[in-house]
Design a protein around this ligand. Structure first.
Ligand SMILES: Nc1ncnc2c1ncn2[C@@H]1O[C@H](COP(=O)(O)OP(=O)(O)OP(=O)(O)O)[C@@H](O)[C@H]1O
Length: 314
């Protein structure tokens, strides 16, 4: 079994002219692990992915895929990589089966055609022309092609964009199976729920830098808990009590003002959310205030992501 990382990125910097799109990032992905690269628009995800796929020379730092430089030793690495691009660029007049057959022609040790079609859940569409597929079905065909050569390393660039929730879940199942089979997967996605479901570890990229990384639990840790409720009409936000020293913010949700507390994280044995909620409920009881739409929860990946995007991350 391979114990070295399947993907290793160490101090990578990439520039377009004077503009530094990737500003010194490091991470690695082990065989049988899924790593999600999340980021705001223009954060540098595609540039990183293209570098790992061997399409770009490295300006600074080191990048290795299966122990090789993916650009200089592309011929050694490419047959062991599966790449699912954002826009596959198929021949519109070929059927699904013909498309897979066409790709089998230049994929070493390719899966059987029908197996590949079935794997992506397209068996019923095997005889349908690519131009007649929906956006989500085209993404599945892309996935079938990326998996054709049983890759050791799989790059998934927003694999479920345009898919309905059912197709998305079916795709997650396929990806999980591939990871369980030992493939290292690097995923980019704008769906944070997708990262929460699939990622063993992840990094949040912002303006070319990794702002947070680790397991989902690592990344959300230290970002505190949340309490939200609809602001009672007769109250101003300033009249709400501080909870564990935190003041409420107000935002609009569906035209209604929602009061929101981000409780400070004190770690260890701190009863955080429970204690904050108790303070709030006691206050509401004493004041005779009804708290409609009350929600209490730990910070989510989305909270951390939005804070990162606002530049307010740690
Ligand atoms: N060929 C190029 N020439 C100049 N600048 C570029 C080029 N390609 C990308 N950039 C810039 O580099 C930065 C990173 O782009 P990149 O496409 O890697 O981001 P991304 O994280 O994939 O974004 P998105 O989520 O919007 O797809 C952006 O500011 C982008 O404008």
């Amino acid at each position: 079994m391979e114990t070295n990382p399947a993907i290793r990125v160490d101090g990578l910097r990439q520039r377009y002219g004077d503009f530094e799109a990737v500003a010194g990032i490091s991470f690695d992905v082990a065989p049988g692990e899924l790593f999600a690269l999340l980021g705001t628009n223009g954060a540098g995800k595609t540039t990183t992915l293209e570098t790992l796929e061997g399409h770009r020379t490295v300006h600074e730092g080191t990048v290795r895929v299966l122990g090789h430089d993916p650009h200089r030793e592309r011929r050694k690495v490419r047959p062991r990589m599966g790449i699912m691009l954002q826009d596959g660029g198929f021949f519109a007049d070929l059927t699904v089966a013909e498309t897979v057959e066409h790709w089998r022609g230049f994929t070493p040790s390719a899966r059987d055609r029908d197996e590949a079609v079935a794997l992506a859940g397209l068996a019923e569409k095997a005889g349908v022309r690519v131009r007649q597929l929906s956006g989500g079905q085209k993404r599945r065909l892309d996935l079938a092609l990326a998996l054709l050569g049983r890759p050791d390393v799989l790059f998934l660039d927003e694999p479920t964009s345009g898919m309905d929730p059912e197709a998305r879940r079916a795709t997650w199942d396929i990806v999980r199976e591939v990871v369980a089979g030992g493939t290292a997967v690097l995923l980019t996605t704008h769906y944070l729920e997708e990262a929460e479901h699939l990622a063993d570890r992840l990094a949040i990229l912002h303006r070319g830098r990794i702002e947070a990384s680790g397991t989902v639990a690592d990344v959300v840790a230290g970002h505190g808990d949340r309490i939200d409720f609809r602001l009672p009409r007769r109250l101003q936000v300033a009249e709400l009590p501080p909870l564990r020293g935190a003041r409420a913010d107000v935002r609009l949700e569906g035209g209604r003002a929602v009061a929101s507390y981000a409780l400070p994280s004190r770690g260890g044995e701190d009863p955080g959310l429970q204690a904050g909620l108790y303070e709030l409920l006691r206050w509401a009881d004493e004041e005779g205030v009804r708290l409609d739409g009350l929600r209490a929860r730990s910070a989510s990946l989305e909270d951390v992501f939005l804070r990162t995007a606002e530049g307010a991350s740690r």
